[in-house]
Structure formats: structure tokens, C-alpha cells
Design a protein. Structure first.
Length: 132
């Protein structure tokens, strides 16, 4: 139900580039939920892959995407190529197997997810993930 509501919002209110970039974010959360490490890595830029702990002793019990919306242009100040940069505010519910092993506690939280592409013909990839 949650992903369905998100999909309806995406289809109705977002332009094509924004929709396509947001699909990458949705896939990322699906991969985390399913512990699909290979596909999760395929959604990341090479720089993010170097510093990302995908599948390494995952303590995630469950993760559910609640909402995704494009952030205001203020979030893009650090990016020179604004046409090929999309930043989303993502709200989700994450539950950990053991809260003592996690940097954050289980529950509903928000992250910013930055999605970039080299040019209009390149695929969208996640370049950064951070706490709002």
C-alpha cells in the first residue's frame, strides 16, 4: 500500500527526469529490504560504493519506504550541474535487529538521497545518502 501511494504521487506530480531518478531511490530501498547487495551496488556511483557498507553485517530487520519527494533547490547549492542532479527527501520506517549496534534507532526517519547522472543519456545513480 505504501509503495502504491508513492507511485501514484510520482506519476501524477513529477516530470519525467524526476520520476526516473526517484525510481532509482525506490529500487535502492527495495534492495535494502530484500538484502539484494548486487543490485543495490548497481544503483550507486563509484565514489559512493567505496564508502558504502552494503551487505556488510547488515543489522536491518526491515525497512519500508513511506514517502519520497523532491527537495527544494536550496539542497542543490553544492552541485554545479543542477539539471543532472535530483535530491529527494525520503521518509521511511527502519527496524534493526539490535538497536545497540546501529548509529540510529529503529523507527521512522528521514534521509536526503542525492541522485546524479553524467548527462541526459546516462543512468541516474545515487551519489549521496544523509540524514535530514
Amino acid at each position: 500500500v505504501i509503495l502504491t501511494i508513492t507511485s501514484i504521487y510520482l506519476n501524477k506530480y513529477m516530470d519525467t527526469d524526476t520520476k526516473n531518478a526517484s525510481i532509482v531511490v525506490k529500487k535502492y530501498f527495495k534492495c535494502m529490504a530484500e538484502e539484494n547487495v548486487n543490485e543495490e551496488l548497481s544503483l550507486l556511483t563509484s565514489d559512493l560504493k567505496k564508502n558504502h557498507s552494503v551487505g556488510k553485517d547488515s543489522d536491518i530487520k526491515s525497512i519500508k519506504l513511506i514517502s519520497i519527494k523532491e527537495a527544494s533547490n536550496n539542497y542543490k547549492e553544492d552541485y554545479s550541474d543542477k539539471k543532472n542532479t535530483k535530491i529527494f527527501i525520503v521518509k521511511f520506517d527502519i527496524q534493526f535487529k539490535d538497536d545497540n549496534k546501529s548509529v540510529v534507532e529503529s523507527g521512522v526517519t528521514k534521509w536526503t538521497v542525492t541522485v546524479i547522472r553524467k548527462d541526459k543519456t546516462s543512468p541516474w545513480l545515487i551519489a549521496d545518502v544523509g540524514v535530514c
